[in-house]
Design a protein around this ligand. Structure first.
Ligand SMILES: NC(=O)c1ccc[n+]([C@@H]2O[C@H](COP(=O)([O-])OP(=O)(O)OC[C@H]3O[C@@H](n4cnc5c(N)ncnc54)[C@H](O)[C@@H]3O)[C@@H](O)[C@H]2O)c1
Ligand SMILES: O=P(O)(O)OC[C@@H](O)[C@@H](O)[C@H](O)[C@H](O)CO
Length: 444
């Protein structure tokens, strides 16, 4: 079947110059599914003139570059819920760089004065040493040397204080010239991003072929809901994202805490319990009353009290989140959400547990989510019927294999649980009970 290209795109598609010489205003590191269905869509809607074209950079594999280049950067966003599906072609990606082989071109783009914003979606593990930050630092050094002017670096990953985390990684880098230049020329605002975007499947691609009559290798699938709350602290110009519904605020932390603890925390709970119970998707997991009940306990009893001082509606937000999870058209796989647990437990669940423990509360549902992760890791390690997709997979295998006490072995991972939680006897006892119940299948 014919590929999606400017020549075969649906009538009305705005087509712009594509390739190394196309002007761009944004460099995006980590052009996975989420960026294409979120920041690129906001940018297209906010930028009718195409002044803020995006140069997307693939990080770990050239697959997305191979998908988008033959299509001149065009791709479809298939928006789905139970009753409606719509397909929109996005033309905001004006260049694609394979970050592992085209390092010179990436550095040139980052040092181009027309580029005033760098966005990132490189997953939680991308913020560890050796992740995306090395290339960003090389680009910022080139920018300083070229005197190319100020730039904003905007993290769009699911991390608490994502801007601050990123700025520490860049500024703690031992290069005094870079640190001095960045102190006045670079800003790292935090942002809260939200839209459920599962990995695209061959069946999704077949559906777009039927609808549009073309084969789209760059297709992404998303729910109708989207939200972007951005700390309004830019070093230079930016797209008018507010025209597309983004909220520019002074302090993004309350929005970020609520989203990570309510949405991502319950997502992880449903992913681990759901995968263990044999549910392939989040929608199927949340349709199970006992799992939905545990998710609601997490929101109402554990998370909401920890966020009372922020003054945002937590339970109303939580209800809409569970409705979104129930969207049967998304088919978001439990094992996809379950990946990278060592990186996700902290921002999604352990903050809730620590805040609850500080006021003497023992948060049962949040502890259940950690117990479910432990049993998931155990099963993925010993039975091989679930994937153990985690940057610490070897450490996890070693921990599970070296001890008959699963809770003690996994709690001793200080990079995940710190020094405080393993010392908390009440928490540890509850965790032990819940691990036994999850193993026995009496909680599912
Ligand atoms: N998909 C969603 O529903 C969603 C929603 C909100 C936020 N996010 C954020 O976006 C991130 C990416 O999600 P996605 O759906 O695009 O995933 P994806 O698998 O489609 O893309 C992941 C991207 O991250 C890069 N990456 C992976 N590991 C890396 C590493 N160690 N160092 C540097 N780069 C690395 C990959 O090369 C790829 O470009 C998530 O981890 C999350 O932080 C996703
Ligand atoms: O994308 P990840 O791997 O960080 O997490 C999986 C999901 O929990 C996440 O992508 C949610 O769908 C998203 O955060 C919703 O905005």
């Amino acid at each position: 079947m014919t590929r999606l290209t400017p020549a075969t795109a649906p009538p009305g598609t705005r087509v712009r110059a594509f390739g190394p010489s196309a002007p761009v205003g944004i460099v995006h590191l980590g052009i996975g599914a989420f960026h294409r269905a979120h920041q690129a869509v906001y940018t297209q809607e906010a930028d009718p003139d195409g002044a803020w074209g995006i140069c997307g950079v693939t990080q770990r594999s050239a697959t997305v570059a191979g998908h988008l280049r033959p299509q001149d950067g065009l791709y479809t966003v298939l928006q789905r819920d139970a009753d409606h599906t719509r397909a929109d072609v996005v033309s905001q990606v004006h260049d694609v760089i394979d970050g592992s082989t085209e390092t010179g071109r990436l550095t040139e783009r980052l040092a181009d004065p027309r580029v005033q914003v760098v966005t990132l979606t490189v997953t939680e593990k991308g913020y560890r040493p050796g992740g995306a930050v090395g290339r960003l630092i090389d680009g910022l050094q080139a920018r300083r040397r070229a005197d190319a002017g100020p730039v904003t670096v905007l993290s769009c990953d699911n991390l608490s204080g994502n801007g601050e985390v990123l700025s520490r990684l860049v500024l703690d880098h031992r290069d005094d010239d870079l640190a001095a230049w960045a102190a006045t020329n670079v800003r790292f605002p935090s942002s809260m991003v939200d839209r459920i975007v599962p990995a695209t499947t061959p069946a999704d691609r077949d559906e777009v072929a039927r609808r549009l009559g073309v084969d789209d290798a760059g297709l992404v699938v998303a729910e109708p809901f989207r939200q972007w709350v951005i700390e309004d602290r830019f070093a230079a110009a930016r797209p008018a994202w507010e025209k597309a519904g983004a909220e520019l605020v002074t302090d993004v932390a309350p929005y970020e805490r609520r989203k990570l603890r309510v949405l991502n925390g319950t997502h992880s709970l449903l992913a681990y319990l759901g995968a263990l119970a044999g549910y392939p998707t989040i929608a199927e997991a949340v349709a199970d009353d006992s799992l939905a009940g545990a998710a609601w306990q997490l929101i109402e009893h554990d998370v909401a009290p920890t966020l009372a001082a922020d003054g945002l509606d937590v339970t109303g937000y939580g209800r809409t989140v569970l409705e979104r999870f129930a969207n049967p058209a998304l088919r978001h796989r439990t094992v996809q959400v379950a990946m990278d647990g060592t990186q996700k437990l902290g921002p999604r669940l352990l903050g809730t547990i620590r805040d609850a423990r500080a006021v003497g509360h023992l948060p049962r549902a949040a502890t259940l989510a950690v117990a479910a992760w432990m049993v998931y890791v155990e099963r993925a390690t010993t039975e091989n019927d679930l994937p153990l997709d985690d940057p610490q997979a070897d450490v996890l295998r070693e921990a599970v294999g070296s001890s008959s006490d699963l809770v003690a072995a996994l709690l001793s991972l200080e990079a995940v649980f710190g020094a405080d939680l393993p010392e908390d006897r009440e928490f540890r006892a509850l965790l032990g009970d819940l691990v036994a119940q999850v193993r026995a299948g009496s909680i599912r």
